[in-house]
Design a protein around this ligand. Structure first.
Ligand code: HXC
Length: 290
């Protein structure tokens, strides 16, 4: 183990955010990533942690970065220890949008024919709960990326915006759809048509984010919530997540029907039995994810 730790540590890019722990393995070696830092966090190492790391470009979401995020998400999805994922940027920027320099000379044929940005929605497809911890700018694709996550926490100085209109284009990764569902038509229209940004406090009031924290506490609070989620049954959490996400897609009647099916399905799990037995026996449930 000591040997493994040493060899893994030599491969890892040092993170200022947390000391390396003995449980880091080659699987999370940062050497495979150029644009992100990837670790496991939390007392039980059950929270997957992805930090966008292109500081000079304010974490502009170039193709390579988004592909790496997809790889890291795949790794965490497959890791049975991980029960939640936190994605963050730096204190200055969660992400200032898609990489404008990369997009600047793209043609319609390249975009449409090449299925440009097709892999961007990966984060919205993972089964494990994902928390976006947003400090600083979350603009354009950055705001859209955060909105693809399940929970958004914001630092006090965070700013959210869809400024694509100022570049002669429109949001292309769900901004017009998810923002409208989150904050309502009037504010979504105002943001998309003017490019104006809103503060963390406004975003909280509008329902875009669920909590606001001082910037330096944001990540640890997101990890804490991730740990709380990871202690529950991963199987049942995935069902809960599926049911909530269905609310965006289905009518109320269809959604309620799906919810009922999933609720019934929990009765096929050992974890449902364990949860209710633990309650009756006045002890903490010990979920095994089956
Ligand atoms: C590429 C970017 C970038 C971006 C910032 N940078 N945003 N590079 N793509 N989206 C780079 C700058 O070019 C600069 O590098 C460095 O980051 C620092 O940025 P500054 O502008 O010098 O910083 P500041 O004055 O503090 O202004 C911060 C800012 C501004 C307000 C966030 O950078 C800005 O307006 N950025 C663009 C925001 C935006 O329009 N986002 C939407 C993108 S379109 P250099 O090397 O030049 O100094 C989009 C479409 C999504 O997201 C569609 C589907 C995915």
């Amino acid at each position: 183990m000591a040997l493994l730790y040493k060899s893994a540590a030599t491969l890892l890019r040092p993170s200022k955010l947390a000391p390396l722990t003995a449980t880091l393995t080659r699987q999370y070696s940062a050497s495979q990533y150029q644009y992100i830092l990837v670790e496991k966090r939390g007392e039980k190492q059950n929270v997957g942690f992805i930090q966008l790391n292109r500081p000079k470009a304010l974490n502009a979401l170039c193709d390579g970065l988004m592909l790496e995020v997809g790889q890291a998400l795949d790794t965490f999805e497959a890791d049975t220890q991980v029960g939640a994922i936190v994605i963050t940027g730096s204190e200055r920027a969660f992400a200032a949008g898609a990489d404008i320099k990369e997009m600047q000379n793209r043609t319609f044929q390249e975009c449409y024919g090449g299925n440009f940005l097709a892999h961007w929605n990966k984060v919205s497809l993972v089964k494990k709960p994902v928390i976006a911890a947003v400090n600083g700018f979350a603009l354009g694709g950055g705001c859209e990326f955060a909105m693809m996550c399940d929970i958004i926490y914001a630092g006090e100085k965070a700013q959210f915006g869809q400024p694509e209109i100022l570049l002669g284009t429109i949001p292309g990764a769900g901004g017009t759809q998810r923002l409208t569902r989150a904050v309502g038509k009037s504010l979504a229209m105002e943001m998309v048509l003017t490019g104006d940004r809103i503060t963390a406090q406004d975003a909280k009031q509008a329902g875009l984010v669920s909590k606001v924290f001082p910037a330096d506490q944001l990540v640890s609070e997101a990890i804490k919530t991730g740990e709380k989620i990871a202690c529950n049954s991963k199987l049942v959490s995935a069902m809960a997540k599926e049911a909530i996400n269905a609310a965006y897609e289905l009518t109320l009647a269809e959604g309620n029907r799906l919810e009922k099916r999933l609720f019934h399905a929990t009765f096929a799990t050992e974890d449902r039995k364990e949860g209710m037995t633990a309650f009756v026996e006045k002890r903490k449930a010990d979920f095994q994810d089956n």
